[in-house]
Write a protein that binds this ligand. Structure first.
Ligand code: COA
Length: 400
């Protein structure tokens, strides 16, 4: 237990909180100029803080801004949790636990149905009810081996534009691209974060392109090229989103045609992105990492379950939630709706395990096989697999 108390910080406390977070990540302090350009974004959303009982100094902080999460069949409000840090001389005394309790309680009271974060370490957030809701991969493309197959979709037009124009066009077109479960709405503040992120990149020149199909802008890419010495250079993809497979193929046709590039590195991409299927030599693509992308927390379990679409026959799911006990209970879940029930459960799991199957990152039977969930009736695991199945792997694809 803890005697710490978290509260929402005021505008005059934001910079101190950001610096506390940066010191926890061993990042250098922001200059006055960097703070001036980051201030509007950093003051948006809600930032909790814990102060030391004796000195009054800030010793822990956690920030969240409001957005929306794409789920199978719809969307729900999501609190995007980030900039979490505790002062190094006050760790392991329950400060984070108090911040998480206060932040999740605040979201529950405000009707924020889900919370999501990118974790610095995979062992921290499970105890607060977060589970790995979406995976991602990094890959490298060897350009000399990468040619599109003749039947790859063609058409549309790729155009280099200045970054501001691309951000303007992309922010308008993005909602039509954010259809994969796990993706986030990107409010104006997020595009401000992208600008700040690109401005801080020391290396390489940043280029931004759009893809225009028959219905207008349907894809965009932002990349930098690192060419430390003469010879072949590395093109680093920063952001690439598309609404259609034609736009995806069109942007990759362009990227592979850029001169002097030996390899393209793509980070934080969907695990089932079909680039290999477009190439004559699929081994031109090497997956270099596969990792937990979005940690998801269902803050309002009945509402989160009700908004999502399902396949197959209904099932009774018993959920336990230590931190937000109002979620604990049994739910009859099926394509025709979700309701609380007294029926005996088919599947039993905690709220973190529920988050792992909610967007389709894991099959319920995988959780049953590994002891993360319990199947209590015949064929419960395979029925749950069908119930929660999704056509594509979930992916977040938005840093925060
Ligand atoms: C990670 C961090 C926020 C934890 O803060 P904290 O105040 O020490 O956490 P708490 O004391 O509330 O710990 C709660 C529980 O989490 C565990 N825990 C905390 N940090 C952990 C870590 N890095 N790895 C594994 N377990 C961790 C504690 O042991 C404790 O376990 P218990 O419930 O079994 O007792 C803090 O160490 C930190 O700021 N680290 C550097 C920055 C960072 O990684 N931020 C997270 C960005 S996503």
């Amino acid at each position: 237990m803890t005697d710490h108390h978290a509260r929402i910080l005021g505008d005059d406390e934001q910079r101190g909180a950001v610096e506390l977070f940066r010191s926890a990540l061993h990042a250098p302090p922001l200059t006055d100029e960097e703070w001036a350009s980051a201030r509007d974004v950093e003051c948006a959303g809600r930032r909790h803080g814990v102060t030391d009982g004796d000195t009054g100094a800030l010793i822990g902080t956690a920030w969240a801004w409001d957005t929306a999460l794409t789920v199978p069949g719809g969307g729900v409000p999501l609190g995007a949790v980030t900039e979490v840090g505790v002062r190094a001389d006050r760790t392991r005394r329950g400060v984070l636990s108090e911040l998480m309790r206060a932040q999740l309680t605040d979201m529950a009271e405000r009707g924020v149905v889900t919370a999501g974060l990118h974790a610095s370490e995979a062992t921290i957030y499970g105890r607060f009810g977060y589970g790995v809701g979406a995976l991602a991969r990094d890959y490298t493309v060897e350009t000399s081996r990468a040619q599109l197959r003749p039947e790859a979709p063609a058409g549309g037009r790729v155009e280099i534009r200045d970054l501001e124009t691309v951000i303007d066009l992309a922010s308008q077109a993005y909602p039509a691209m954010a259809t994969r479960p796990g993706m986030l709405a990107r409010p104006a503040e997020w595009w401000g974060m992208l600008r700040a992120h690109l401005a801080r990149r020391a290396e390489g020149r940043v280029t931004a392109v759009t893809h225009e199909g028959k219905d207008g802008i349907d894809g965009f890419a932002v990349y930098s090229v690192d060419r430390p010495k003469p010879g072949s250079a590395t093109l680093k993809l920063v952001d690439l989103h598309t609404a259609t497979i034609d736009a995806f193929a069109g942007l990759w046709r362009y990227l592979l045609s850029v001169d002097l590039i030996g390899e393209i590195t793509a980070t934080n991409r969907p695990v089932d992105e079909p680039l290999e299927l477009l190439l004559a030599d699929p081994r031109a693509v090497s997956t270099t990492a596969r990792f937990d992308d979005l940690w998801l927390r269902l803050v309002d379990v009945p509402e989160a379950l009700a908004v999502r679409a399902y396949q197959g026959d209904p099932l009774t799911v018993e959920v336990t939630d230590r931190l937000l006990p109002a979620n604990t209970g049994s739910y009859l879940v099926g394509p025709d709706g979700v309701e609380r029930t007294d029926r005996a459960p088919d599947l039993r799991l905690d709220v973190a395990a529920l988050a792992m199957i909610h967007l389709g990152a894991w099959r319920p039977s995988q959780l049953v096989d590994t002891g993360r969930a319990q199947a209590l009736t015949t064929r419960a695991a395979s029925r749950a697999d069908r119930l929660f199945s999704t056509p594509t792997a979930p992916w977040c694809g938005t840093f925060f």
